[in-house]
Design a protein around this ligand. Structure first.
Ligand code: NAP
Length: 338
């Protein structure tokens, strides 16, 4: 009870002081700080490939999110929605400087990191981002004809330049594995502040999280719901109606997605749930007024099966492919167009 009281008081003090949002902020290793939750904006795929973003489709959720107390929005050049993210921020009453904007370097423009970020900034209509990430350690030729073999250490030099120029306040990486992070740490001037990876109930990522903890790198959790809403029978449980989750949700007067987000926050990672629905945008940030017990936390940890949702095995022949390889790669439906 005392713990809960301290946690709640601390959250409200931190958020009032920093940005007026609902989430407290976590210090980064470069002196900046990141909100404890953010809004994801990737629309995913349908059978025609990556979904096209329609008018206002992302802009409105971004505004709803800021109105609801979010202070972080996650986008990427590859999501083709940076314009709408920028418009959503400008249409809200929250000042730009109180919002933590994350965007990512695409895999087809790696020779010119500063140029890529400047293009993102033009689309966002902003003069800086709060966090710039290398989206994937692999790269592909600009015409998407074949892989490009560019050492991510060289790419990182460009990332450092974006920070030195003030175009990105913090810099980081996404989808790097442990050996790639070790190699980067041994060869950089500026340490990455953040690693963004898939983390959810089915994918605990203990090795990567502990490596990051040792180097004071903050972990952002993408695809935080994992297979919670999947209709496919292949991914392991739980689904949103799992009795274990439902019981916890009832106890706290919350929904099962809120239980999952709360679990990730207590795990010390920063979830970035995506939704285009106003009620869900509001629901997903309403997770700062309860705490799971250690026993409940441990029960949820047992769902781990090291199962990935985001698994672009069609890229697995690239020398910097970060994930485990499989005998039969996924069909190359989205090759180079993810
Ligand atoms: N760095 C990377 O390589 C990488 C990879 C993947 C994702 N990401 C980032 O992480 C973000 C989140 O990951 P994600 O989009 O893959 O998956 P996610 O946030 O785990 O799940 C999104 C799905 O959950 C549904 N949903 C959200 N809140 C809900 C709620 N309260 N109740 C019921 N359904 C709910 C959404 O549907 P509706 O929209 O219909 O509500 C959507 O289908 C992305 O948007 C992107 O910003 C980064």
């Amino acid at each position: 009870m005392l713990c809960l009281f301290i946690l709640l008081s601390l959250s409200s003090v931190l958020c009032d002081e920093k940005d007026g949002g609902k989430a407290y902020r976590i210090p980064l290793n470069d002196g900046n700080s990141i909100p404890a939750i953010g809004l994801g904006t990737f629309l995913g795929f349908d059978d025609k490939g990556q979904k096209k973003v329609s008018e206002h489709e992302v802009e409105y959720p971004v505004k709803w999110a800021l109105d609801a107390g979010y202070r972080m929005i996650d986008t990427a050049a590859a999501y083709h929605d940076e314009e709408q993210v920028g418009a959503g921020v400008r249409s809200s009453s929250v000042p730009r400087e109180n919002v933590f904007i994350v965007t990512k370097l695409p895999w087809d423009e790696k020779r010119d990191v500063v140029g890529s970020l400047k293009k993102s900034l033009a689309r966002l209509n902003m003069s800086y981002v709060d966090l710039y990430l290398i989206h994937f350690p692999i790269s592909i030729k600009p015409d998407f004809s074949e892989y490009d073999i560019i050492d991510y250490l060289d790419t990182w030099k460009g990332m450092e330049e974006t920070k030195n120029l003030g175009l990105a306040k913090s810099i980081g990486i996404s989808n790097f594995n442990t050996s790639q992070i070790d190699r980067l740490l041994a060869n950089c001037q500026i340490k990455p502040a953040v690693l963004q990876i898939e983390v959810n109930l089915n994918l605990a990522q203990e090795r990567l999280i502990s490596l990051c903890k040792n180097h004071n790198i903050t972990v952002m959790a993408y695809t935080p719901f994992g297979s919670l809403f999947s209709k496919d029978t292949k991914p392991p449980p739980p689904r949103a109606d799992d009795p274990v989750l439902v019981e916890m949700a009832k106890k706290y007067g919350k929904t099962t997605p809120q239980i999952v987000l709360r679990y990730l926050i207590q795990k010390g990672v920063v979830p970035i749930p995506k939704t285009l629905h106003k009620n869900r945008v509001e629901e997903n940030i309403d997770v700062f007024d309860f705490t799971l017990t250690d026993e409940e936390y441990n029960t949820l940890s047992k769902f781990n099966k090291d199962y990935r949702v985001v698994f672009p095995s069609f890229w697995q022949d690239h020398p910097y492919y970060p994930f485990e390889k499989v005998d039969v790669p996924a069909p190359d439906l989205f090759k180079g167009k993810l």
